[in-house]
Every structure is written in structure tokens, then in C-alpha cells.
Ligand binder design. Structure first.
Ligand SMILES: [Zn+2]
Length: 305
């Protein structure tokens, strides 16, 4: 996990959110359809192509979220493929939250994440507002949490170790449970740490992160992070490694592990170079290259800004 800056593209995000809401209020300014506080209908309509899809992140929110997150899952940092349809959209404040309990939850989330405080409000609170014209919506600084892009993050939606299997693998046990919004907290990069064995810890965990920490410390992800921690010890420009040929990757791995014979490395290391795959593709390399967010705490902070 790393910090996701929801302010950098806030104007573009606000524009997309407002465009959707204006359409909802277009038929009857007093009775929006779907209502912004409808947890299913509102978000399902917001997912329609005219709001979600566009090559330009000014006009389509899927690419806006990917741009904010450098095309990585907000939890496991796996590279997300924008065309493969394997993206899950996470509501940081769960979309079913409402009423007094919803306000209580909002207080918790907003107290931790400035972007939720500044750019999001509970959808049922938003729905109580009365507008004279659709243009009035443009003046609203906070968007309803069910569709507010500041409350959404892109996560992977496929098994980590296969190209062809489906099913959410990150945070799939959360439901509506409260979870500290680490990725929207500006100090996330200091508090989320990885050691040389790939084990993730979050220093300011208030207990609500126990389940996701456990999920993110599964064996595959620890293996990925341990390999990248080793690779990062080689002085190299991490911004260019995505374009490495197989030969260049192998040379990099040999330097990182101090071996002259690449084949002497164990399979679970070699496969991340893209040399060994069951189906002839570079699955491991493509899914995890650019894994440089996994810098080791207190050691190398070789993360490009
Ligand atoms: Zn993930």
C-alpha cells in the first residue's frame, strides 16, 4: 500500500462526478433518479460507459483512478491492466453506510483522511440538499460517498498467481467493516513498511487493518516483495526496468543475487524475471515489475517520486 493523492486530479474528478449528478437531477430537480443515496442504483449507473470509460482521464473515471494510483492495486500494488476487465472498485467508506451510524463512520474516516473530509460527504446528507438548477451542483465541494471519486480506489480482481482465474483477492473479506483508510493518509509511506523477507507491517494500525495485513502477507506476495527488495539493492534506475529485455532482466537478477549462473537461482526467484512460466508469457514479470513500491523500511527508499 502507498499513499494515493486525491487532490492532484480533484478538478477532473469533480467534473466527472458533477456530470453524473446533473444527469440524475435532469428529469426532476427535486427527485433525482437514481437518488445519490441509492447504494446500488447510483453506483451501477455511475459505472456506465459514458462516465467510466474514456482514454482521457478528464472524461472517464476508470483511467482517472488508474492515473492516481500509477496503475497499481491500492492494496497489493500489483500492476492493473486497464483493458483486461479485472479491476475491482473499492469504496473506502462502504457504500451501504447511512443514517446516524453512517455519520459516525464518516467522522472516523474523515478524521484520518483529509481528502475524505474535504471532498466527500455521506450520500444521504447530500440527498437532503435542494437545488434550483442542475448548475447548482457544480458549487458543491463534497460529493456523495457512493460515487465520490475521492472515496473510490482501484483494486485487483483476479487471483495473484494465475492469468486465467477470477475472484477478488485483495480485501475480499472486508464487507462493510471499518478499515483505517491508510492509502488516503498522507503519512502512509512512512507507516507502511516491508522488510527484506517481504513481510508488510503498518505501524499506526488501530486494529481495523488486521485482516487486510493478513491477506497482504500471503506467501506469494511475500515472495514478490522479497525478490524486489533484493533487486532494489542494485544501483539502477527503477523507472526504466519495465522496458528491460529478458537478457537485461537476467543480468540484473544475477547482480542482485551475486551469481554468475542464472540457472543456479531457485525457480521461485527466476520466474519473476519472466524466464519460467507455465504458458509461455511473462506473467510474473508483467504483473509485478515496477514492484519498487516495496522498498525496505529504514533501508533503501529508492522510490521514484
Ligand atoms: Zn491487489
Amino acid at each position: 500500500m502507498r499513499y494515493i493523492d486525491k487532490y492532484r486530479l480533484r478538478i477532473q474528478a469533480h467534473h466527472i462526478n458533477v456530470r453524473f449528478l446533473k444527469d440524475c437531477y435532469a428529469g426532476d430537480i427535486n427527485h433525482p433518479c437514481p437518488s445519490p443515496d441509492n447504494p446500488m442504483g447510483s453506483f451501477e449507473d455511475f459505472k456506465k460507459k459514458q462516465y467510466r470509460e474514456s482514454n482521457n482521464y478528464d472524461h472517464g473515471w476508470k483511467n482517472l483512478l488508474l492515473e492516481e494510483q500509477d496503475c497499481r492495486c491500492c492494496y497489493c500494488m500489483r500492476r492493473l491492466n486497464s483493458t483486461a476487465g479485472k479491476i475491482n472498485y473499492e469504496h473506502i467508506i462502504p457504500r451501504e453506510c447511512k443514517g446516524d451510524e453512517g455519520l459516525n463512520e464518516y467522522s472516523y474516516y474523515a478524521s484520518h483522511a483529509p481528502a475524505l473530509h474535504d471532498l466527500v460527504e455521506m450520500a444521504d446528507v447530500f440527498t437532503m440538499k435542494k437545488f434550483t438548477t442542475q448548475e447548482d451542483i457544480e458549487q458543491e465541494p463534497k460529493m456523495p460517498h457512493i460515487t465520490a471519486l475521492a472515496n473510490l480506489a482501484a483494486a485487483c480482481n483476479g487471483k495473484r498467481n494465475s492469468l486465467s482465474t477470477y475472484g477478488c483477492c485483495c480485501n475480499n473479506t472486508r464487507g462493510n467493516k471499518r478499515m483505517m483508510p491508510v492509502m488516503l493518509m498522507p503519512d502512509a509511506d512512512e507507516n507502511v513498511n516491508y522488510d527484506a523477507n517481504g513481510i508488510l507491517t503498518i505501524t499506526n494500525n488501530d486494529g481495523t487493518l488486521d485482516a487486510i495485513i493478513q491477506e497482504l502477507n500471503d506467501d506469494t506476495l511475500k515472495e514478490v516483495r522479497a525478490v524486489w527488495a533484493r533487486l532494489c539493492q542494485v544501483q539502477i534506475d527503477l523507472t526504466i526496468v519495465r522496458s528491460f529485455s529478458l537478457r537485461e532482466r537476467i543480468e540484473w537478477f544475477k547482480r542482485a543475487y551475486h551469481v554468475t549462473d542464472f540457472t543456479s537461482l531457485p525457480t521461485e526467484v527466476r520466474r519473476y524475471a519472466g524466464e519460467i512460466t507455465s504458458n509461455g508469457s511473462d506473467f510474473y514479470w508483467n504483473a509485478y515489475s515496477g514492484g519498487y513500491p516495496f522498498s525496505i523500511s529504514g533501508d533503501i527508499r529508492s522510490v521514484p517520486s
